[in-house]
Structures are given as C-alpha cells and as structure tokens.
Design a binder for this molecule. Structure first.
Ligand SMILES: Cc1cc2nc3c(=O)[nH]c(=O)nc-3n(C[C@H](O)[C@H](O)[C@H](O)COP(=O)(O)O)c2cc1C
Length: 162
C-alpha cells in the first residue's frame, strides 16, 4: 500500500515535468482563463498567464469609448503593451495561444508576446484559441498567419460556452 502511494506521489510530481504542451493565454475578465484551464487539464499541459505589466481596468476595456486604452491599442497595429514576465517556451513542442477576441482579432498584448518569443517558437505547433461575445476565430487566425508567417499555425479553436 505504502509503495502504491509512493508511486502515485512520484507520478504526480513527474507528470508536469513531462508535459510538452504549453497553454499560454491572456484574459482580461476571466472567460479565457477558464477555457485555458480546461484545455491545459485536457492536454496535461503547463498553464501560463500572459499578464500585462499594467492590468486592464473596466474603463480600459470600454470598446464604446474611442479614447479607452483598449480602443487606442486596437486602433494602432504597432501598439505593443508591456508584459509583466517573460515566458520560457523552449521546453514545449505544442503551444496553445489563447485570448479574448477584441475588434475581431487578438488583443495587441498577444502581439507583444509573439514578438518576444518569435525566434523560440519557430518549428513548434501553434494553436490559437479564443473566447468572444459572438465573433468567430477565423479573422484572428488569418491575422496571426499574415502577421507571423514563419510560425506553424494550426486551425484555431473558439471555446465559447455552449
Ligand atoms: C475591447 C474589447 C473588444 C471586444 N471585441 C469583440 C469582438 O470584436 N467580437 C466579439 O465577439 N467579442 C468582443 N469582445 C468580447 C470578448 O471577446 C469576450 O467577452 C471574451 O470572452 C472576454 O474574455 P476574457 O474574460 O478572457 O477577457 C470584446 C471585448 C472587449 C473588452
């Protein structure tokens, strides 16, 4: 019995070390976070939250206000919001990249993250996933393929609650 428990504890400790899949996500209000957690559990993947250096407030997220932070960022394709902490993507073969759909595509912080990690992401399988109010992921997927053509993009997943 003791041996069984020891084996189980070892298996649990070793399991994350073997994980070759990373689920990296940005979530402003928690919906994509829940989807990312489920995805990571399904794939025995490491979970990584892409956090902005400065959190988005409710006012920042007001898409009806052309002067809100999100509107200013989305209006400028070159905008790259600062990220709190770097991610080491080197140990992974497959990387899921998750985000809420903003203005039909990914928030600019995803560009910040991809720009930072582009050299290390070469040759890895990249799978975008998103949550949204109603939009599909196709436009975001096309945008990512066009903006980062050297990366190996796979078909995206829209993980809205059904
Ligand atoms: C600035 C902003 C822009 C958005 N643009 C869209 C959009 O173009 N299409 C859509 O269906 N939903 C849009 N949404 C809704 C979010 O995609 C949706 O609520 C998402 O699930 C939020 O995920 P989160 O809680 O992880 O931040 C937008 C939300 C914000 C804050």
């Amino acid at each position: 019995m003791k041996k069984c428990i020891l084996a189980l504890v070892c298996a649990i400790m070793i399991m994350p070390m073997n994980a070759k899949t990373l689920v990296a996500y940005f979530s402003a209000t928690g919906t994509t976070k829940v989807a990312a957690e489920k995805l990571a559990a399904q794939h025995n993947a490491r979970l990584w939250e892409i956090e902005p250096a400065e959190k988005y407030t409710a006012a920042d997220l007001d898409w009806r206000n052309p002067q809100s932070r999100s509107s200013i960022e989305m209006n400028d394709p070159e905008e790259r919001p600062m990220i709190k902490q770097c991610t080491d993507v080197t140990p992974y073969d497959t990387v899921y990249v998750g985000f809420p759909i903003w203005w039909g595509i990914c928030p600019r912080i995803i560009n910040s993250w991809l720009d930072n990690n582009e050299p290390q992401l070469q040759g890895k399988i990249l799978i975008p996933f998103a949550t949204s109010g109603s939009s599909g992921i196709e436009e975001a997927e096309a945008y990512l393929r066009k903006t980062y053509p050297s990366l190996n993009w796979q078909k995206g997943l829209l993980l809205n609650k059904r």
